[in-house]
Design a protein around this ligand. Structure first.
Ligand code: IPE
Ligand code: IPE
Ligand code: MG
Length: 245
């Protein structure tokens, strides 16, 4: 098993959980069963991150583009989400996990939206780890929404144009207090971001694996973290500069 350095843990891990459909096809099943199996992988990963002491875990559960999928699949994903939230709420409370969501939450069906908002509210005081679900999320939409909010604040006189900076812009995104991800994992052998956190991933370490999401286990996660820990994050500087600190 991979050895993890507890002093060099990523503070924020973001995951593009991809490959449920292909997992189902490979196992001669309906796509929905792939998503169901994917939800089990979510449980294991949340548990492992919490145990390790990861502070933020953001999971890409449904993109704004995923609305284009067949209606039955969207319906099944919504039902699975509701089920997951209902079943995991006690677990989140017991483990001091705060639930958050980023994306166009209002676009979600009424029932699941209520369950989600209740779980967010109920867990809002928990500080062990933040489990952040990207739901009906699009990175470009998030940026455009931020620009609109800034325009509104300029118009009302709350802020002036020349006070806009990168840090200030981040405060206009969906979850301002969330630090940028240190590590991004994408499963299923796809090498793209699919409109995920495109502002926040500017300096994130990227990790791609061929493993399909339903097969992604605790060991795979530890392997990804170990790989991250072997990297040198230079942020534009030279190796020599970094070793001086
Ligand atoms: C990821 O698995 C889950 C969601 C996007 C909701 P996919 O459903 O995209 O699986 P593939 O890519 O078809 O295998
Ligand atoms: C990205 O996966 C979205 C989620 C994992 C929720 P997709 O399977 O939708 O991505 P594309 O369409 O193949 O890029
Ligand atoms: Mg996919």
């Amino acid at each position: 098993m991979e050895r993890i350095d507890r002093d060099k843990l990523p503070k924020h891990i973001a995951i593009i959980m991809d490959g449920n459909g292909r997992w189902a096809t490979k196992n001669s099943m309906n796509r929905v069963l792939g998503h169901r199996k994917g939800a089990e992988a979510v449980r294991a990963v949340v548990k492992t991150c919490r145990k390790l002491g990861i502070k933020y875990l953001t999971l890409y559960a449904f993109s704004v583009e995923n609305w284009l999928r067949p209606k039955e699949e969207v319906r099944a994903l919504t039902a699975l989400l509701k089920n997951y939230l209902e079943e995991e709420l006690n677990e989140m409370m017991d483990n001091n996990i705060r639930l958050m969501a980023i994306g166009d939450i209002d676009a979600l069906a009424g029932g699941v939206k209520t369950t989600l908002c209740e779980a967010i509210e109920k867990t809002s005081g928990n500080q062990g780890m933040c489990l952040n679900l990207a739901l009906s999320y699009g990175g470009r939409d998030e940026i455009v929404d931020g620009v609109k909010k800034i325009a509104r604040d300029i118009r009302s006189g709350t802020i002036k144009e020349d006070t806009i900076t990168k840090d200030m812009f981040s405060q206009y995104l969906y979850f301002p207090e969330m630090p940028d991800p240190d590590l991004l994992i994408r499963t299923s052998g796809e090498y793209r971001l699919s409109n995920f956190l495109i502002w926040q991933l500017a300096y994130t370490e990227l990790y791609f694996t061929d493993v399909l999401w339903p097969d992604f286990s605790r060991e795979h996660l530890l392997e990804a973290i170990a790989d991250y820990q072997r990297r040198e994050r230079r942020f534009g500087m030279t190796s020599e500069q970094l070793s001086k600190d």
